[in-house]
Design a protein around this ligand. Structure first.
Ligand code: IPD
Ligand code: CA
Ligand code: CA
Length: 258
């Protein structure tokens, strides 16, 4: 597929995502909230309806297999695959009513080639096509300026701080930490330069496949917590940061053991 075709496809996908977002903004009276792995791992009727609407409409325009968090599975990542998180930040959707996103990536042989992260409440569509840069509502995002570890805001959670004493040190020496509750939007904060790093121990393909492309298209570095490459097909940790903060964080976390 030519880049122009991919641009047109992602423009159509963005329309589908915006349309599906109206399910979240005009929800049914009964959200039918249920829990999954633990009491704060939620799914609602809206998550399922958004996934269903997007899956149905994508099948009409580009019927690649779809991996969706709420019920769509794939046999393999060979060729092109859609990867969808219908609501990233469901706890926010239910409790704080902001900072939730629809995340949709087109992944080819395991590598994201196009991605959309839609911040529903802010009405901001973040888009990236590999090699073409990243945009927000159509405007090109600038490449990130160099940032150092001690001069950045670090997005991470208490789980990570408890598990990684050296991350606690990094945060103590930094400008401070934040946590928004949507891994996709937390990556976007780094891609937009508002935060300097995002550290999370357990993200799934649908959380980050689209946002990673936005990050790399603005020059951010992304890896696992031990500095090894992040393969979006597998669940695991993520460190996303501007340069050289990324190396400086990995250095402190894994190499600089004393
Ligand atoms: C969750 C959010 C959250 C992250 C969790 C994810 P969900 O996704 O991204 O910020 O800490 O690991 O599972 O369940 O709201 O789609
Ligand atoms: Ca998610
Ligand atoms: Ca989700």
């Amino acid at each position: 597929m030519m880049t122009r075709d991919l641009t047109n496809l992602m423009a159509a996908a963005a329309d589908i995502v915006r349309d599906a977002a109206t399910i979240a903004t005009e929800p049914p009276k009964d959200l039918t909230i249920s829990t999954k792995a633990h009491r704060n791992d939620l799914v609602t009727a809206v998550d399922k309806a958004v996934e269903e609407r997007i899956a149905t409409r994508l099948a009409e325009i580009a019927p690649y297999p779809l991996l969706g968090e709420e019920g769509h599975d794939i046999d393999s990542f060979a060729g092109r695959v859609w990867v969808l998180d219908p609501i990233d930040g469901t706890l926010n959707y239910v409790e704080t009513h902001r900072d939730y996103a629809i995340s949709l990536a087109l992944v080819e042989d395991g590598v994201p080639i196009a991605g959309l992260v839609y911040d529903v409440v802010a009405s901001r569509m973040y888009e990236a096509i590999r090699g073409e840069g990243a945009r927000v509502n159509g405007s090109l995002l600038p490449r990130l300026e160099p940032r150092h570890r001690d001069d950045i805001v670090v997005i991470t959670d208490i789980k990570e701080l408890d598990a990684l004493p050296r991350l606690r040190e990094i945060v103590t020496l930094s400008r401070g930490h934040r946590r928004y509750g949507s891994a996709a939007l937390e990556c976007i904060e780094v891609a937009c330069g508002r935060a300097g790093a995002f550290v999370h121990l357990w993200v799934a393909p649908w959380d980050i496949a689209a946002a990673i492309l936005v990050l790399t298209e603005v020059g951010a570095r992304v890896s696992r917590i031990d500095g090894t490459p992040l393969d979006v097909r597998y669940k695991g940790s993520i460190v996303a940061a501007a340069d050289p903060a990324h190396d400086e964080i990995i250095e402190r976390l894994v190499r600089d053991a004393t």
